[in-house]
Write a protein that binds this ligand. Structure first.
Ligand code: AMP
Length: 283
């Protein structure tokens, strides 16, 4: 595996592949890699000639300084894992390389309600930061395909919107959420949970499964309240939201009329750690 920290160096290698018409698959990550990330990387390897993984803890998408400084960083371990997985290229730039001092780092794109609801409401500016960095990566790497986890469903939706609105020549490939054996969605943030918090965390999955089991038979709003109550039975959870929404608009649904479109989404704090998860209710 070749590792690059400078844009000009990675571009030199990638230009060689583009000249030969080889396809580049791209998996952006913030590192502390787990099986969720690996599932995206393996899919990219299957579908492309060359796979690039980026590891970059993107400061402008954090809305909480403590979250940014505390975010797990383990580049050596990650690099070993990527080598074992036979990933072709790791791109791990420093902050100044991605955001040269003095350069504008906002995107002037209207996301409508997509970046204002749910995560957007609790982390204003977060998705703008995500969109800016992903756009920059696309410009640098010029992938044919880019892989995103449904674990971050709203992020996936925002990126799809950006690609469509700006007509970027990249295919966005959504990938299923990979879970621990007790159902907890894998996340780099799980590393920051204490042992007792880690045990409680799987209750998020239990409530999503409860919601799925009752979807269609209990009215939407009633089921949403029932699920919220179930989450609240764990006093250690501080719930930001639990919503039943349309997968495209991310707005709350009032009925079960378009079942294949319906997603339950939640975000909550367990101690200092904010966890998010979601589930398609009729798939
Ligand atoms: P992150 O490093 O958390 O920014 O995640 C990088 C990519 O991996 C994003 O597209 C995430 O949605 C995806 N991802 C994170 N956790 C999982 C998971 N448990 N299953 C599938 N994809 C995931």
């Amino acid at each position: 595996m070749n590792t690059y920290i400078l844009i000009k160096d990675i571009q030199k290698e990638l230009q060689g592949y583009l000249d030969k018409n080889l396809s580049i698959g791209f998996v952006p990550t913030m590192g502390a890699l787990h099986d969720g990330h690996l599932s995206l990387l393996r899919r990219s390897k299957q579908e492309n000639d060359v796979t690039v993984c980026s590891i970059f803890v993107n400061p402008i998408q954090f809305t909480n300084q403590q979250d940014l400084t505390g975010y797990p960083r383990m580049i050596e371990q990650d690099s070993k894992l990527l080598t074992e997985e036979e990933i072709d290229i790791l791109f791990a730039p420093e902050v100044d390389e991605m955001y040269p001092p003095g350069e504008e780092s906002r995107m002037d794109l209207d996301f409508g309600r997509l970046d204002k609801v749910m995560e957007g409401k609790y982390r204003p500016g977060h998705f703008n930061g995500v969109a800016v960095v992903v756009r920059k990566f696309f410009d640098i790497i010029r992938p044919a395909r880019a892989y995103f986890g449904k674990k971050d469903f709203q992020q996936l939706t925002v990126i799809r919107h950006m690609v469509e609105a700006l007509q970027l020549p990249v295919e966005i490939v959504p990938c299923e959420t990979v879970r621990e054996s007790d159902g907890l969605a894998m996340s780099s943030r799980n590393l920051m949970l204490s042992i007792s918090e880690r045990q409680l965390a799987s209750r998020i999955y239990d409530v999503l499964m409860f919601t799925k089991a009752n979807a269609g038979s209990v009215p939407v709003k009633k089921l949403q309240v029932m699920a919220q109550k179930r989450l609240a039975e764990t006093p250690e959870f501080r719930i930001d939201y639990f919503e039943i929404v349309d997968k495209q608009t991310l707005l709350p649904v009032g009925s079960w009329d378009c079942p294949e479109q319906i997603l339950a989404c939640t975000a909550l704090y367990l101690g200092e750690i904010r966890l998010i998860d979601n589930m398609e209710l009729f798939s």
